[in-house]
Design a protein around this ligand. Sequence first.
Ligand code: ADP
Length: 592
Amino acid sequence: MTSQQQNNRRKEVELAALCKAIQTLNSSLNLTETLNSVMNSLIQLTEAERGCLMLRNDDGNLETRATGHSNRADENDMDMQLSHTVVQKTIETKQPILTTNAQLDSRFDKQASVVGYRLRSIVCVPLCVRDKVIGALYLDNRLKDGAFSESDIPTLIAFANQAAAAIENAHLFEAAHKERELNEALGRASAIVNSTLNIDEVLDHILEQVERVVPGDTFNIMLIEKQIAKIVRWRGNEGNQPPENTRDIPIARYPNFEKMVTTKKPVVVPNTAMDPNWVSENEEEWRFSYVAAPICIADQVVGFLNVNGYRPKQFDAADAKRLMIFAHHAATALENANLYQRLHQHADDLTRAVAKLKELDQLKNQFIQNVSHELRTPLAIIHGYATLLDDGELGELQPEQKTPVKTIRRHTKALTETVEDITLIHSLETVPLNRQPVRLDKLIHKAVRPFEEMAKKNQITLSLETPSRLPPIEGCPDHLQHVINNLLSNAFKFTSAGGSVTIKLEQRDNYVLIHTTDTGIGIPPEQRTRIFERFYQVDGSTRRRYGGMGLGLALVKEATEAHGGTVAVESEVGKGSTFTVALPIASQADMK
Ligand code: ADP
């Protein structure tokens, strides 16, 4: 085999290896390593001394992405000793550049780098993705003229295109992966900030989690009160020192804050040094990147989440969007914590108020109790003498004395009954019931008797309906007597002449029911539950028409319930009322 044939054979093998390597670019797990190895193959194939793949970053500067060398000792000089002019020109014109000897090429022989680095053979092709130039592939040889020829260019362009596509794909993949990770972090962070109802803890969580949602260098939370923002949490400052602006921050002085308050949208500042809205805290700015989102509660901006970066362009619109979503979750957490705190405060206030009321109620009950107790004996004496006088036991009364004595007797009796009600209602709370079998029909006959005279006098028809056989109930006759007495007193009190009062007994299931029906004034629907409260009267004014203390129905209800029974009322204003007391029959009560 001639040396020419050997050379051709070697080139074929190199080319096959290069093609294979190029094909693996898109599926490569370690892109940098593969790019480097492809660069080395290219060098072998083209007789290049050094090769370099350069990318243009966002600022237009070139960054080396892969290198290859025929001599390993040269591996580190790539950045310094290539012709940037050639690379820039390739990128600008989107055309390959080839020179067999740059020293003698009129296009480059004046370039400092070409002269200074003693560059000779150079070839450079653009890296294009779709129509965009993202960088260049540069090969040179400082020792040999004509190391490259036009015939190398198609191979280099083919590789450059593949490499550009692989790099772009890797970028997109990396960006998508980062975005997915951050979105997952956003979900977790939002759950964490909402995991507590304590405001301090919510703020701690927000600060801790914001970094996971938008990675940056320093972070803070501001809350606004009356147009003044204040930093309430911060993180990442040197030595964890408070930031310089922990003092009051008037929103009106900071266009970016004002913008967030009016638009309720996030703000991104890619480079604070170039932002006309940026207000620098001191001469030397250390925050070069900034992203912030407003915290909105019920359409009000109540604060800001601020993230700063030491380098320019650390944040983009995607970061702002995530920060905004996180700010919404943070706002919900703060609002919930606020509501909870207020609710707690209200509950505490209410508990205190209820305790105070209970105490007052107890004092009032005690007072009434004491007064009643003191009144009992003198009342009994007055009533006793009034009865003796009225009955003529102490001698015949003068005609003009008879009516006053009768009035004294009647009023003393009413007063005695009220005092008895008070004493009885109190004893229901403190003394156990003295139960015995009670025949309600008998008890009612007895209870009705005192009202017969009243019925006649007031021209009210009083009727009694009792079935022949009724089972006894288990109860305290004295208490039950008061229950019936109070129902009848009310029926008579609120019924005018010509009306009627009926008391009826019946058995229904395991209960004996006592109905008292009158044709009196009736009770408005909204009052029907309240009338059973102690001291409640429908007409509570000082100039009310009917007497009483508002205790009668409370006693009816409390005594009935103490017997395991219930009381209900049906009424129509202007037509009359029916009160129904249901008491369990004896066997039922025994079982309780
Ligand atoms: P009082 O001693 O004031 O009558 P009660 O507790 O017995 O107190 O009754 C409470 C209120 O219920 C009364 O003030 C009255 O307004 C209303 N009431 C009770 N019974 C009747 C009834 N039969 N007809 C109309 N209103 C009644």
